[in-house]
Structures are given as structure tokens and as C-alpha cells.
Design a protein. Structure first.
Length: 134
């Protein structure tokens, strides 16, 4: 009579192989998800800066209140909720000269190595770390 089935050794080999694959694939998956969510924050910054430039053209000044740009609140959260964008002055410059938008990561995105993304009306982006704005 021939036994059918798997031995404990065969089962353990399969478990070890699956664990190795998960150990390699999961960190890569998490990294790709962070990058995808970061693109959501960058796109929102560009959209808001475009609205700021239209406001500047019409009024001769930038604004820190997004309701003046047609948004429902003074700060804007990205569609997925991964970034919250606020506006402020560029250092000591008046709002008639420059506005700085900051996208702070929220939730699981808060552990992103790029941290808060910023864009000002002069085109300066930070952080300048490779991969953050690529």
C-alpha cells in the first residue's frame, strides 16, 4: 500500500520558500505604495500652485486661505487622505512676492523618508533628496 500526501519535511520546505518570497516582496511592495502615494501629494501641490498663480494674476497677491481659490477649507487634503497641504509665506517675504505650499504626510505615509514636500512660487522644491521629486 502506497501512502499519499506530503511529509512534514516537504511541508516545512514549502513554508520556508513562501516566507523567503514574502520577506523579499513585501518591503518592495510597501516602498512602491509610498512612492505612489507621494505622487498624489506632488500632484496636489502642482494643482494648488496653479490655482495660486491664477489668483496672483487676478489679485496681485498670493493667498494662504484656499477658500479664496475655490476649495472648501483653509487647508486641503489629498483625495486618498495621504497628504494635507497648507500655505504660508516664503520666509520673511510678503505674500505679494512668494507663497510656499507644504504637503505634510498623513497616516501610513507619515513614515515616508521624504517627509513634508514643499513647493514655492519661485519653483523651489524640497526636500531635494533623490527620488522625492523625480
Amino acid at each position: 500500500m502506497r501512502n499519499r500526501g506530503f511529509t512534514l519535511i516537504e511541508l516545512m520546505v514549502v513554508v520556508v520558500i513562501v516566507a523567503i518570497l514574502i520577506g523579499i516582496a513585501y518591503p518592495a511592495y510597501v516602498d512602491q505604495m509610498r512612492k505612489a502615494r507621494r505622487s498624489e501629494g506632488k500632484a496636489l501641490l502642482m494643482e494648488l500652485m496653479s490655482a495660486q498663480e491664477r489668483h496672483y494674476t487676478e489679485n496681485g497677491t498670493y493667498t494662504i486661505d484656499f477658500t479664496q481659490l475655490g476649495y472648501s477649507s483653509a487647508s486641503v487634503t489629498s483625495d486618498g487622505g495621504w497628504y494635507k497641504v497648507t500655505a504660508g509665506q516664503c520666509g520673511s517675504d510678503a505674500l505679494t512676492l512668494c507663497v510656499k505650499l507644504s504637503a505634510a504626510p498623513q497616516g501610513a505615509q507619515a513614515s515616508d523618508s521624504c517627509g513634508t514636500l514643499t513647493l514655492d512660487s519661485r519653483g523651489n522644491k524640497s526636500p531635494s533628496t533623490a527620488g522625492c521629486w523625480d
